[in-house]
Design a binder for this molecule. Structure first.
Ligand SMILES: [Cu+2]
Length: 335
């Protein structure tokens, strides 16, 4: 007899099999369940997460005396995109499918997908000049291409486009956003380079499960230090090497720094869904395949969430299926 610690329910949305909760957002929910786990047994039975009536993906707790003809495993906190199909080896003998599935409400239907795009521009009159960094070590390498600058406002002088702004869809609490079929796969590794002691790009956003390849083309060592609420890493990257690292999704920006060169600065986001973008050199962004409906969009710059437009809670957009919603030009002001 094998262990069956925690029940999870699969929600079928428009042909997509999804879990109804995320590891982080629902951590307070399943933390209690872990105490129910007994080695080699499912007794007592764990509660079942199942979609609430009339809600698309928000789960609620209901009592259950069966494992619903399915098997159990502990949701991974490190990667919320986990298989919705339990392995037979995860089953308890006495929880084998009975042919009487638990009664659930009709699954939510994805009505379609939409695209959101726009342009973030610096809203002030004078583009702030970046401060010159104090390069206190490895000057031969770090100053090889000139002085180093702390570029907080990466503004394109020709159109005031602001690069390095993170724009993302904010799920409702405990909501697991449906994922478009084209975006089910984990994206290719993201490259975080550090030429001449500069994080390149300075601001990045990845999806949970996506590997970061930290490159070091320099002849000196770098340390990639990641500090977030759930992430705390310090990875040494020797000269002329690459190192791979993986982050846990969290709902905050993480500070990226280098243990060897304290002036190096960057910021990273790791989302448990694919609906995010980082503005390009013109301040432009586009987020494709957003599930249609009423969605909240959030705009973040390293100086903070955009006030007056889309604070942390987000601005509500009504996204019709098949539509491309252009948010136009959004001004980011100095705080
Ligand atoms: Cu460094």
């Amino acid at each position: 007899m094998l262990c069956c610690p925690v029940m999870k329910s699969a929600i079928v949305l428009g042909g997509l099999a999804l879990l109804g909760y995320s590891g982080y957002e629902a951590s307070h929910l399943y933390s209690d369940y872990l105490n129910l786990s007994k080695p080699g047994c499912c007794q007592p039975k764990a509660p079942v997460l199942t979609p609430a009536s009339g809600e698309e993906t928000s789960p609620v707790l209901v009592s259950a005396n069966k494992c619903a003809g399915a098997c159990c495993s502990i949701p991974s906190r490190a990667d919320s995109v986990v298989s919705a199909t339990p392995a037979a080896s995860d089953c308890c003998e006495d929880d084998a499918p009975t042919g009487t599935p638990i009664t659930t409400k009709a699954p939510a239907v994805v009505e379609g997908w939409a695209t959101v795009k726009g342009q973030i521009v610096f809203g002030g009159d004078t583009i702030p000049k970046p401060a010159e960094s104090k390069v206190t070590s490895d000057q031969d390498t770090c100053l090889a291409k000139g002085p180093a600058f702390d570029v907080v406002w990466n503004v394109n002088p020709s159109n005031k486009g602001l690069a390095g702004v993170v724009v993302f869809i904010q799920p409702e609490r405990d909501e697991k956003l449906p994922v478009h079929p084209d975006q089910q796969a984990t994206p290719a590794p993201f490259v975080l380079d550090q030429p001449n002691c500069v994080f390149t790009p300075r601001v990045f956003a990845i999806r949970a499960g996506q590997v970061i390849t930290a490159k070091n083309p320099d002849p000196c060592a770098h340390n990639v230090v990641v500090k977030g609420l759930k992430n705390d890493l310090n990875v040494q990257v020797p000269p002329k090497t690459d190192k791979q690292l993986k982050l846990t999704s969290e709902t905050n920006a993480m500070a990226i720094s280098c243990g060897s060169h304290p002036w190096m600065r960057g910021y990273g986001w790791c989302f448990d869904h694919p609906y995010f973008a980082v503005t390009d050199k013109d301040g432009k962004f586009e987020i494709k395949n957003v599930p249609a409906g009423s969605r909240k969009i959030v705009i973040w710059h390293e100086t903070g969430f955009l006030s007056g437009y889309a604070k942390r809670d987000g601005k509500v957009l009504s996204l019709a299926a098949g539509a491309t919603v252009d948010m136009g030009t959004v001004k980011a002001m100095l705080k």
